[in-house]
Each structure stands twice: as C-alpha cells, then as structure tokens.
Design a protein around this ligand. Sequence first.
Ligand SMILES: [Mg+2]
Length: 173
Amino acid sequence: MLSRWMPDAIYASVHHLPWQTLKKTYDAIIFDADNTLGPWQLKQLDQAALMLLKHLSDQGFAIGVLSNSRMHGRKSVIEAQLNQVNIPLITNGKKPVKAGYLKMLALLQTTPDKTIMVGDQWITDIIGAKRMGMKTLMVKPFSLKSEAWWARWRRGIEWLIFKIFYRPSAEKK
Ligand SMILES: [Mg+2]
C-alpha cells in the first residue's frame, strides 16, 4: 500500500509548520531547497527564509539543507548565506537515496528518529526520508510557474496518488 509512504502532514509553506510543538519531540530539521525554501532554482535565499532558519536555529534545532540540485552558478551564494547562520548545505544529494541523508545526519550529529524532513516533492524528499525513518512534512511548492514541464507532469500524478492515499487524520502527532 502506498499509504505508508504518505507524508505525516502537508502544510502551505515552511512558514506554516507548528515548530513549537515539533520541538518537544525533534531536535533537527533537514530542508529541501528548490520550491521549499524559495522558488525552483532559487539564486539566493530570501529574507523570510533566512530569518526562519535563524529563528529555528536559535530555538535549538540543528538545521541542514539537502538539495538534489548541483546548484551550478548559485551554490557559493547560497552556501555563504547558510554559513553565516552555521547551517550546512549538501548539493547533488540524490534523494531518495539514503547516502545524502546519512551524511547530513552526521553533520548535524543526530539520528533519524529525532529529525524532521521538510520538502515539496514526494518521490524524492518524502520517500527518501520515510526510508530513513524520519518525520516527514511536505510543503506546497513555493511557485509552480518556474518549474520544468516534467516536474509539473509529475506533480499531476502525485496529486492523483495523494487524493487516494493521503489521509490527514492519520497524522502522527
Ligand atoms: Mg524541491
């Protein structure tokens, strides 16, 4: 059944998550970048995203950014922004393969059961984190306009699968 691969919950954006409640159980958060912290192929993090990451870090969460993109021509800018708040960035993360998650967990010095994965894509972000045994929170894509045609096509399929298998009431608190 696909229901075991559904995210634990879906939120409108990274700014809508119940961080205070989550802090009681979890001590680390791994964010996807494109269409999660900003638009697809974001050139830099906007002020709202940076403030959120800093705020969560100040609350005691260990934070990391794990992207499947190689971030050609933009990695140094984003990495410098994250460095200022002591947040590691892994690019070419190959989600849903476990290696990138394991590397990030080592950097954050934590374990899957204490870690939340936040991302906009089911096949990569969510399924990969489910394989790891992490809490999985999905966010709606930051913007659909800038996405490649194949990503939009895939989202259509995902939407159909979610309509059948996703049950918000089944959310694990
Ligand atoms: Mg994404």
